[in-house]
Design a protein around this ligand. Structure first.
Ligand code: ADP
Ligand code: MG
Length: 246
């Protein structure tokens, strides 16, 4: 992968909310096809980092490139960049008044200007991928949390993103529903999707992650091969965190 342009290139990234500096200089590159898992205590800045990657939050400093494009440049068309970045949140954020097909087609039609038939075909293909081909006419409230999150993933995939950002996608789920969502994410990873995943699922990080990043207090404290970081953390703060969650 050396020599290729990273999918995501974060350099010296800072973000403050008022006096509270939440990101204190983050350097992180995610290469095409790579799965980077981000762990760390609550409040360490993980969500802010993900949200900054597609400028849902404006950074206070540093640079941010998506597929080589400087997305902090005032001339950057951030809307066009955002269509290449799929995002999945802890709360599924489905449109409650639209059925599953409606949820999967609305942005395709409004943002990508796809026609009715094409957007429906894409939606059906993505529902198939997440194992919900038969639920196109269900409303979100009629689905389990695991199914809703799989719909949210299918909705993101319907935009044909180059990369996917996941912010604790299984944290709001009952334990017995976590596996079905992780299975979909594993499939995506195996297909070569570039992914940045904030998670507390250490088994997933070990099995699927190419790299594990530990954040604490707005900084990357440690990163490496997941199995190695999990088995033999080098920093006291990583050790303390892992001793609580493993
Ligand atoms: P994590 O996802 O690791 O739990 P967050 O990125 O959500 O951490 O939050 C990091 C810090 O930033 C917290 O102190 C939080 O209160 C603060 N923060 C996050 N979003 C905002 C916001 N929109 N306004 C003010 N403070 C925020
Ligand atoms: Mg968070």
């Amino acid at each position: 992968m050396t020599g290729t342009t990273p999918a995501i290139e974060i350099t010296g990234l800072r973000k403050s909310f008022g006096d509270n500096e939440v990101l204190k200089g983050i350097d992180l590159s995610v290469h095409t096809g790579e799965v980077v898992c981000v762990i760390g205590p609550s409040g360490s800045g993980k969500s802010t980092l993900l949200r900054t990657v597609n400028r849902l939050e404006e950074p206070s400093g540093g640079s941010l490139r998506i597929e080589g494009e400087d997305i902090l440049d005032p001339d950057c068309d951030i809307d066009s960049v955002r269509t290449r970045i799929g995002m999945v949140f802890q709360q599924f954020n489905l449109f409650p008044h639209l059925d599953v097909m409606g949820n999967l087609t609305i942005a395709q039609r409004r943002v990508l200007k796809r026609g009715k038939q094409e957007s429906a075909e894409v939606a059906r293909a993505m529902l198939e991928r997440v194992g919900l081909a038969d639920r196109g006419d269900a409303y979100p409230a009629q689905l389990s949390g695991g199914q809703q999150q799989r719909v949210a993933i299918a909705r993101a995939l319907s935009m044909n993103p180059d990369m996917m950002l996941f912010d604790e996608p299984t944290s709001a789920l009952d334990p017995e529903l976590v596996g079905e969502v992780l299975d979909v994410m594993k499939l995506l990873a195996a297909e070569g999707m570039t992914m940045m995943v904030v998670t507390h699922e250490m088994g997933f990080a070990r099995e699927v992650g190419d790299r594990l990043v530990f954040m604490d207090d707005g900084l990357i404290v440690e990163e490496g091969v997941p199995a190695e970081v999990l088995a033999d953390p080098q920093h006291a703060r990583t050790q303390a965190f892992l001793s609580k969650v493993l």
